[in-house]
Design a protein around this ligand. Structure first.
Ligand SMILES: [Zn+2]
Length: 64
């Protein structure tokens, strides 16, 4: 089994069991789960900040 039910807290990177927490937020149609209320509040305050994934080279398409 490579797919568990765990998901990753986008704020701190901890594994979170979605069935074990009620701390979740929906953003752009995706549900995110949190290990604690502090992480949820941080995410709610600035979701974009935590959704910048490890894409090392983000190009913004401004090459002309
Ligand atoms: Zn957390």
């Amino acid at each position: 089994m490579t797919q568990g039910n765990d998901t990753i807290d986008p704020v701190c990177g901890m594994k979170v069991d979605p069935h074990a927490t009620e701390l979740r937020s929906e953003y752009h149609g995706t549900l995110y789960y949190f290990c604690g209320s502090g992480c949820k509040q941080a995410f709610d305050a600035d979701p974009e900040r935590y959704l910048q994934t490890e894409t090392g080279h983000q190009q913004h398409g401004h090459h002309h």
